[in-house]
Design a binder for this molecule. Sequence first.
Ligand code: ZN
Ligand code: ZN
Length: 367
Amino acid sequence: MTMTDTELRLATVRADLAGLAADALVIGQEHNRRYLTGFTGSAGLVVVTADAALLLADSRYVEQAAREAAGFEVVKVPGRFQDTLGERLKALGVAKVAFEAEHVTVAELKRWQEGLPDLAFMPATGIVERQRAVKTPAELGAIRRAAALADAAMGHVMATVRPGQTEAEVAWAIERFLREQGAEGLAFPPIVAAGENGALPHHHPGQRVIAAGEPIVVDLGACLDGYNSDLTRTFSIGPARDADYGAVFAIVAGASAAAQAALRPGLTGLAADAVARDRIKAAGFGEQFGHSLGHGVGLNVHEGPRLSFVPPESELAAGNVVTVEPGIYLSGRFGVRIEDLVVIHDQGVEVLSQAPSLPVVNPGDRS
Ligand code: ZN
Ligand code: ZN
């Protein structure tokens, strides 16, 4: 008999629970909850013990929870979640309960401790996130579809963007395209940053009019079946007016290629980041690359593992899906970021992002 993904996820959480010396684990973070149970609602608490697997849901969601969360006993919450939680934990004979230290607020923990004085609450970190970092074939399928949609949206932008459009107009065209092509949502609001705005890595698109010959940074992603993609391209419409743009683009592209060639299971996120960063430093732009090289992508657009010079350190494993997104940002002039989504396999990386990465698109080439 083979285990389903849900059974395997539950078994892994139970093994972690045994290591924590806790009797139960309570999961409330929405992506962790969905990952474990399949339940897609916006509220609910998962309780896992060695023998029990419960999903507490309120009246809005009990029916949906029963349909989606196969293998979980769905418990209706008539009033406050903590009251039902307390009753159920007591019935299960739980004394020590582990909770998600990174997601439970201080106020929520205080309510639990005051309302359920017989229980000992133990902070736990990354229990579900560690599993989520390594994707199953089904998850990879969803991410591939989300990446293909992002590629199509980028192709649409490159083929249709015209001088005289505003950043906000292009951002809206991206949103419309993604939804019309079947995305269930955006991974995040698209970034369209022209000229000097491109030097702000997370610029919010506004009324800035795009001119010919200035670099434009476009960062977008689709959400499909709960899974996200993340893609950035930089290009100018017609030859760039800034004489340094071509050289900067080539440095960023070279750093990206070097990092992608180095990625493999066992490499640390710090070492991966350093491959790209060292090249950009050697070219004299170390100070102009302030952010991390990349991040994991899945149910959340930013998750583990991290490709970063900032602790805590991650170690890469086969099945990780990460971005590789070096950038150089020249204040007051322009920015260049190139971001690809890749899967780490034992033999090396599989690049999911297939949108062409070209420094210049020519209006003359387009109809
Ligand atoms: Zn991005
Ligand atoms: Zn990203």
